[in-house]
Design a protein around this ligand. Structure first.
Ligand code: SAH
Length: 352
């Protein structure tokens, strides 16, 4: 890669397979006013090349002099000519091997003691850590000089866009760094870990996943709620309440719950009034136990126990992050010991 190019105010078009152009992107972003990538000659047109002042064809370095590279080069030149673009064109031979890697680490539900041994080991060997807001604070295990980049949403700060996080991690790995992406809970439970894994693979980056303990199970457990319990619940459904649930989802969940399933809602505080009224509309009994478990495993954790009928009033002051549990398991371990709510406004709040 050319390290010292200065392309001033030109936009550069990188032409070639995405796994190769992605490797060049960072270098050209630093050198030029803008970068656009094209994976196929057919994508070139007068319109799509508007503003482009320079083009780079990317080849795999391994078979630099092969016939297929010569054919691809000719194909790109033909397509540029057909698009009416008379641009300077350079060729880059892109090495596809790198010692860098990305490990998606599940950090568990917030207590640094609840990250796995494999996760700690990955952290100890990282050059750079991209940490989510809900990831646990793990600092003493880190290598000296490690960079920690906070990328999660924090109050008063703009979150870093998902595409930007992915681009930064991939760039770091391609430059040879050992990257850890530290997430709350498990990377594959509403953690966007799946899409990050796909992006890493597409970029040709060596990528691994280390599971974590999900808050969907651990936060209820910590509050004394088993998500399954013999003869009370033999399944549990984990649902995102980030967006209001649709009518069919509510009907389905109410049916599941009536047949004994536990419902666990993540990101469901803001939409709880809609969820509660929807489940009620679809026939879930008002005395169904419900708990909102805020900020589990932190000094500010707070558990609110109520019922479907009284939930909206009793949880009005609840805030994210919280796990909501609906079903008889909420009371499974405390029957007769907790002063259960019996009417509106009587939800019991426990701080531990
Ligand atoms: N991948 C994560 C979930 C990410 S979605 C996991 O497996 O746990 C973020 C949501 O998880 C929050 O809005 C909240 O519903 C829940 N959550 C995560 N950590 C939590 C905690 N310590 N206490 C309460 N809820 C938590």
């Amino acid at each position: 890669m050319r390290a010292n190019v200065d392309l001033g105010y030109a936009t550069v078009a990188l032409l070639g397979p995405r796994r190769l152009t992605q490797r060049l992107r960072g270098t050209y972003q630093r050198a030029a006013a803008g970068v656009v990538e094209f994976g196929r000659p057919d994508d070139l047109s007068e319109e799509s090349l508007r503003g482009v002042g320079f083009a780079v064809v990317a080849f795999p370095a391994a078979d630099a002099n092969s016939q297929s590279n010569a054919d691809a080069d000719a194909g790109w030149h033909r397509a540029l000519a057909a698009a009416g673009a008379a641009l300077p064109v350079a060729v880059e031979r892109v090495a596809e091997t790198t010692s860098g890697s990305i490990t998606l680490v599940g950090g568990g539900p917030g207590d640094p003691g609840l990250i796995t041994a494999a996760g700690l080991d990955a952290l100890a060997h990282a050059d750079v850590i991209f940490a989510d807001r809900l990831a646990p604070e793990v600092t003493h295990e880190l290598a000296p000089g490690v960079r920690v980049v906070p990328v999660g949403k924090r109050p008063g700060h703009h979150p870093v866009a998902q595409s930007e996080i992915q681009a930064q991690m991939i760039q770091a790995a391609l430059s040879g760094e050992t990257v850890v992406r530290l997430k709350g809970g498990d990377p594959f439970v509403f953690g966007r870990g799946g899409e990050e894994l796909v992006a890493c693979r597409e970029a040709g980056v060596d990528v691994h996943v280390i599971p974590g303990i999900t808050s969907a199970v651990a936060v209820p457990e910590h509050a004394g709620i088993p998500v399954t319990f013999r003869e009370l619940s033999r399944s549990f459904t984990v649902v995102s309440g980030h967006d209001p649930l649709g009518e069919r989802e509510l009907e389905h969940l109410a049916g599941l719950s009536r047949s004994g399933a536990t419902i666990v809602l993540l990101m469901g505080v803001a939409t709880l009034p809609q969820t509660v009224s929807g489940l009620t509309r679809h026939g879930l009994a008002g005395d169904t136990p419900l708990a909102v478990l805020e900020k589990g495993f932190s000094p500010d954790e707070r558990n609110t126990f109520t019922t479907l009928a009284t939930a909206v009033v009793d949880t009005a002051g609840c805030a994210s992050p919280a796990v909501t549990v609906i079903g008889p398991v909420v009371d499974a371990l405390t029957r007769g010991t907790r002063t259960g709510p019996t009417g509106p406004g009587s939800g019991s709040v426990a701080r531990s």
